[in-house]
Design a protein around this ligand. Structure first.
Ligand code: NAP
Length: 249
């Protein structure tokens, strides 16, 4: 294969938490953009297989990559194997996230730790093994971190979640400065309320009244924004936090 052929080969897009909700929509959108997809997830094999099948039926390529992003050793082992392949990872979407809401006096340490580890350790555990290979591939790259409006303006009952999502924004801004000269952009997307399993138990009617657009967002709307940030057209956007929230903030 010549150097030119290599440059034209589509790179892998790895999406953590790609089996359901926003992550699944991102997998489908990046597959439509021509990337072979690595679908990371933790436990729900049926959901992950369904996303893989949808992508394949639409003519794309997808592979399952099951590991818990909280676990540094298993994440590193899985990603070192990926990084050893001839095809590089050009797009990384750190999307895996959980919410464990409680007012602060009732917030258990377990729920503090589970949420912050998933988002912040998850960011480190997945991004760290892939950064040097991305630099060495010399093809630029995209790192897109799924934060939240809660990490930008805070939210009652979400001290753990807001702390984790605000931390992810700090990591985004610093890493963007480190990687800019390598043509690797690092951005955060901060969704408002998006219709997925995560908010299944939320008081939707009450919440809608607070959203200027009076509706929830869809996973596909978030995925379109991520696909844009992953595209060549977004090459000069880095270190940014882009809200998608129906006017909420
Ligand atoms: P979701 O429907 O609950 O899906 C979460 C996904 O993350 C699943 O694929 C799940 O896989 C995976 N996951 C969870 N913990 C993991 C771990 N430790 N390791 C690997 N994968 C893990 O959530 P969502 O609503 O799509 O949210 C996606 C992201 O958007 C999250 O970061 C969330 O904080 C953020 N967000 C959501 C909203 C919203 O309103 N929905 C708003 C703002 C931001 P398994 O099913 O296999 O466990």
């Amino acid at each position: 294969m010549t150097e030119l052929d290599k440059e034209r080969e589509p790179t892998f897009a790895l999406v953590t938490g790609g089996s359901r909700g926003i992550g699944a929509a991102i997998c489908r959108a990046l597959a439509r953009a021509g990337h072979p997809i690595l679908i990371n997830y933790r436990s729900n094999d049926d959901a992950a297989n369904a996303v893989k099948q949808q992508i394949e039926e639409a003519g794309g390529e997808a592979e399952l990559l099951k590991f818990d992003v909280r676990d540094r050793e298993t994440s590193r082992a899985a990603l070192e194997e990926v990084a050893s392949r001839p095809r590089s990872v050009g797009v990384l979407v750190n999307n895996a996230g959980i919410a464990r809401d409680a007012s602060f006096p009732s917030l258990s340490y377990e729920d503090w730790e589970d949420v912050t580890r998933t988002t912040l350790d998850g960011f480190y555990n997945v991004t760290h093994p892939l950064v040097m290979p991305m630099i060495r591939a010399r093809r630029g790259g995209r790192i897109i971190n799924i934060s939240s409006v809660s990490g930008v303006v805070g939210n009652r009952g979400q001290t753990n979640y807001s702390a984790a999502k605000a931390g992810l924004i700090g990591a985004t801004r610093s890493l963007a400065q480190e990687l800019a000269k390598r043509k690797i952009t690092v951005n955060a997307v901060a969704p408002g309320l998006i219709e997925t399993d995560m908010i299944a138990d939320a008081p939707i009617a009450e919440i809608k009244k607070q959203i200027p657009m009076r509706r929830l967002g869809t996973a596909d709307e978030v995925a379109s924004l991520v696909a844009f940030l992953a595209s060549d057209a977004a090459a000069y956007i880095t270190g940014q936090v882009i809200g998608i929230n129906g006017g909420l903030a």
